[in-house]
Design a protein. Structure first.
Length: 312
């Protein structure tokens, strides 16, 4: 099976009341953990690559790792997606370099300029058979090259979505309803809350159109605790409650992005090994434990949050 676009995935997810997990990848062990879990649970998945991941691991290495995972898990649909493409050039590079889906993030531009940039990417991508995700509204938080302060964050305005989709031709739309990038999504004592009223209004204005949630890690307290107990400093790390994400997945949300949870799972495993055995120096030993944690958290998300088990 070759890499696929997200179009059929999203059509089925919308009709079936579930979402596809879009998991960020940075190295071999993360790719293996994600795809092994999805393969065993017969779940479609999106493997997504950020600009930071491309800088760290190199575009070609990442594409080949994903292609290898596809050979090992040929029973499930896998899409390769660019996360937070900053400009036309990086989107074009990924489109030409084997990606089947790209996101152009023009949310920091004016509404007019966002439309113009997104439309340009869509025209090029569609000519190559690649699908495009756009974004309206800005999420707070820090993740790789994305850094938006609380003051500059903004909810999506439902009255803009129809014009944006119509003028750009995007295939899916990321909206801001209260999710946030990184592991510190909320201040201590602040109650996490998603604006389902905005999601409902967007869904009414864009019937049967796939919506995307970024910054949707739940920041597993199990892994936060392990990291803290093994020399880490992650006090006050808070994420999005999983019941809220499941509610979103039952509606128009067809893609839920998960990155920080994978980082926490991997780091918890590595810290456990190195803290328990300071003389350890074989990367295979500690990365193996981290990979197992990634597999476990992905399996949990597929079964309990996304609802995508046996949907391949």
């Amino acid at each position: 099976m070759a890499l696929v676009t997200t179009k059929e995935m999203f059509d089925k997810a919308y009709a079936g009341g579930y979402a596809i997990g879009a998991f960020n990848v940075n190295n071999m062990e993360i790719v293996q953990g994600i795809t092994e879990a999805a393969g065993e649970l017969n779940s479609p998945i999106i493997l997504q690559v950020s600009a930071g991941a491309r800088k760290y691991a190199n575009h070609t290495y990442l594409v080949k790792l994903v292609e290898a995972a596809l050979i090992e898990n040929s029973n499930i649909p896998i899409a390769l997606h660019l996360d937070h493409g900053a400009d036309f050039d990086i989107c074009k590079s990924c489109i030409d370099g084997g990606f089947t889906s790209v996101m152009i993030d023009g949310s920091h531009h004016s509404f007019k300029d966002n439309i113009e940039l997104t439309r340009r990417v869509v025209e090029y991508a569609h000519s190559k058979g690649v699908v495009v995700e756009g974004e309206l509204g800005q999420l707070a938080g820090i993740e790789d090259d994305v850094n938006v302060s609380d003051e500059n964050a903004s909810y999506t305005h439902p009255d803009e979505v129809e014009e944006f989709v119509d003028k750009t031709g995007v295939d899916s739309l990321a909206i801001a309803i209260g999710t946030s990038h990184g592991a510190f999504k909320f201040k201590p004592g602040q109650k996490p809350q998603l604006r389902f009223d905005i999601l409902d209004e967007v869904s009414k204005r864009l019937p049967n159109f796939p919506i995307v949630l970024h910054g949707a890690s739940s920041v597993s307290q199990e892994y936060v605790k392990i990291i803290q107990e093994n020399g880490g400093q992650l006090a006050d790390a808070i994420g999005i409650p999983e019941d809220m994400l499941r509610q979103a997945a039952r509606s128009a949300v067809c893609k839920i992005n998960i990155d920080s949870d994978l980082r926490l799972a991997m780091t918890a495993g590595i810290r456990q090994v190195l803290f328990a055995n300071p003389a350890a120096f074989d990367p295979r030993e500690y990365l193996k434990v981290g990979r197992a944690n990634v597999k476990a958290i992905v399996a949990h998300k597929i079964k309990n949050v996304l609802g995508s088990e046996n949907k391949a």
